[in-house]
Design a protein around this ligand. Structure first.
Ligand code: ZN
Length: 191
């Protein structure tokens, strides 16, 4: 499969950048981290400082994807105001614990997650899991939103209260799609 992922949307909270490694395409969610190559490209594009790790084996990659899926489940529940799925909470906390990740203060408004133990991939997953804990433990998630534009389906932080799309590109695609549907309906109606 040829990947056309450009990762241009990276740069939100690390937990969202991880969760957004799935993307809507033709009504289904597509995994943007299907292999070691795509993972390396995501890592390279990520603006967040992440612990060093070698090229992932199949098991390492599966563990990252599995953490990502837990974070997705937690974000969807949080967005709907539902109880957080306990098994996902427990696995995310377990990943933070396994890597002994703690948060260190850098400057006002900036803390960094520092893993103290485990293999390189355990440490990497520890930092990703700690990001999810940091985001979901905030008492104000009202800016968190899901972009429902075709070809997106990704989480973002609204920069204004009525923002519906994560980017101008998604807004344009959604408008074009709506227009196309309206025209198709008009043609079917014969009106
Ligand atoms: Zn979008």
């Amino acid at each position: 499969m040829t990947t056309t992922t450009t990762w241009t949307w990276l740069g939100d909270h690390l937990a969202l950048d991880l969760a957004n490694t799935v993307q809507e395409s033709g009504g289904a969610m597509v995994d943007l981290l299907p292999d070691a190559e795509s993972f390396a490209s995501w890592r390279e594009a990520a603006p967040h400082p992440l612990p060093w790790c070698p090229a992932p084996g199949e098991q390492d990659l599966a563990a990252v994807r599995s953490l990502r899926d837990d974070v997705l489940a937690l974000l969807h529940a949080a967005l709907q105001g539902a109880d957080l799925p306990e098994d996902a909470v427990s696995r995310v906390n377990g990943t933070v614990r396994e890597s002994s990740t703690t948060r260190h203060l850098e400057s006002v408004g900036l803390a960094v997650a520092v893993p103290a133990g485990g293999s390189p991939f355990t440490r990497l997953r520890g930092v990703l899991a700690a990001a999810a804990v940091d985001l979901l433990a905030r008492d104000d998630l009202t800016n968190l939103a899901l972009c429902r534009a075709p070809g997106c389906g990704q989480f973002f932080h609204r920069s204004r209260p009525n923002q519906r799309w994560c980017s101008a590109g998604c807004g344009n695609r959604a408008r074009v799609d709506r227009h196309r549907h309206r025209r198709a309906t008009t043609v079917l109606d014969g009106s």
